[in-house]
Ligand binder design. Structure first.
Ligand SMILES: *[C@@H]1O[C@H](CO)[C@@H](O)[C@H](O)[C@H]1NC(C)=O
Length: 377
């Protein structure tokens, strides 16, 4: 049974007895790069190469990648999160329960670590982390970024970060004003040629999830990439112009809706003022806890949701927005919940979490301040 907590922009899963799944390694990076070059020529995009990193899909609730910190690298599984900025990791100075049974970063065993002991603290909706900042080398697959600022946790109250695999967090927000994300540093240090990264998020807990830095992976999508501009200094926040249920406009976004594109949120978050009407239109029932559920056997006949973004119609079928829970015989939970704000910048406020992002190949283009969505191959 999956439970979902909202931690600000993060929606984390609490799961028990999870087995660590080995990473699927991309066999031939050079071959992929060759492919990418061909594709990019075709697509008239100038990127020359991309660096691939396999991600682990944790019960369709969170996606983790293996990251090395320090020299020699100490390895951790970090939650890859486009909805926050900071890269932080459990450290040997952390005494919280959440740090138990996790690998802990020991800066005294890294020859490249520097720190002026500046404190940091991040508050999420229902959890927080505190510690101090340092700089060190970060290794992601074939990529090496030197002098990346990282947070070393000293305190992680509660059990939000206690779950398996969560050794820390890799913030990938769009040009945050007060912090250089690892992508900002990759660009500054010239380790990627194009300021772009892209996600393929697998479904049904399957392996094969992947993020590419410096390019896109043509084997994961087909057709064109539909681009939507994002606002400066935002968490990949975009404005879109329409929302349909069963190909009928709801009118809710006719004057614009705003949405954050967030790999770190598990579900699709809808403006709270529309959650009930939306589920009524979809024919959902409420269970004894007040959660919206669907008949598991009727998921394939549910109406599609359509987001109209910069002219493109992006469809989300029932199989995407209903959580298929193997334990449950007849009722399946809705993958749509209320966001924590009705409006942002005057527009109804959505968060496009993994429920949405699994349906598309998603491209985060920092250079051109836009997000792209393409149909999966
Ligand atoms: C740490 O790295 C950041 C970039 O992530 C850089 O701006 C800062 O100057 C570095 N600090 C030190 C002390 O090198």
């Amino acid at each position: 049974m999956m439970k979902c907590l909202l931690l600000g922009l993060l929606c984390l899963a609490l799961t028990e007895g999870l087995v660590r799944v080995p990473l699927v390694k991309k066999k031939t990076i050079m071959k992929e790069r060759g492919l990418l070059k061909e594709m990019l020529k075709y697509a008239q995009y100038s990127s020359q190469q991309g660096y691939f990193e396999s991600l682990i899909n944790q019960n369709d609730m969170a996606y983790f990648g293996k990251v090395g910190i320090g020299t020699p690298p100490q390895y951790f599984y970090l939650h890859f999160d486009t909805g926050s900025s900071t890269l932080w990791v459990n450290s040997v100075y952390c005494n919280s329960d959440a740090c138990n049974s996790h690998p802990l970063f020991n800066p005294s065993q890294s020859s490249t670590f520097t720190s002026n002991q500046q404190p940091f603290s991040i508050k999420y909706g229902t959890g927080s982390v505190q510690g101090f900042l340092g700089n060190d080398t970060v290794t992601i697959g074939q990529l090496t970024v030197t002098n990346q600022q990282i947070g070393l946790s000293t305190s992680e109250p509660g059990d939000h970060f206690a779950r398996p695999l969560h050794d820390g967090l890799m913030g990938l927000a769009f040009r945050p004003p007060t912090y250089q994300t690892i992508v900002d540093n990759m660009i500054q240090e010239g380790v990627i040629e194009e300021p772009i990264f892209a996600f393929y998020l697998s479904r049904d807990s399957e392996s094969g999830s992947e993020v590419v830095f410096g390019g896109v992976d043509p084997s994961h999508y087909e057709g064109q990439i539909n681009w939507v501009p994002v606002q400066q200094n935002s968490h990949w926040q975009l404005v879109f112009e329409g929302f349909e249920v069963n190909h009928q406009s709801t009118g809710w976004c006719d004057s614009g809706c705003t949405a954050i594109t967030d790999t770190g949120t598990s579900l699709l978050l809808c403006p709270p003022q529309y959650v009930d009407s939306l589920h009524q239109m979809l024919g959902a029932q409420q269970d004894s806890n007040g959660n919206y559920v669907f008949d598991c056997n009727a998921v394939s006949s549910l109406p599609p949701l359509t987001f109209v973004m910069n002219g493109a119609h992006l469809h989300l079928p029932g199989t995407a927005y209903v959580l298929q829970d193997e334990d449950s015989n007849s009722n399946c939970q809705s993958g749509i919940r209320a966001s924590h704000e009705e409006y942002r910048n005057g527009y109804p406020y959505w968060i496009l979490g993994d429920v949405f992002l699994r349906q598309f190949y998603s491209v985060f283009d920092q250079g051109n301040a836009r997000v792209g969505f393409a149909n999966l191959a």
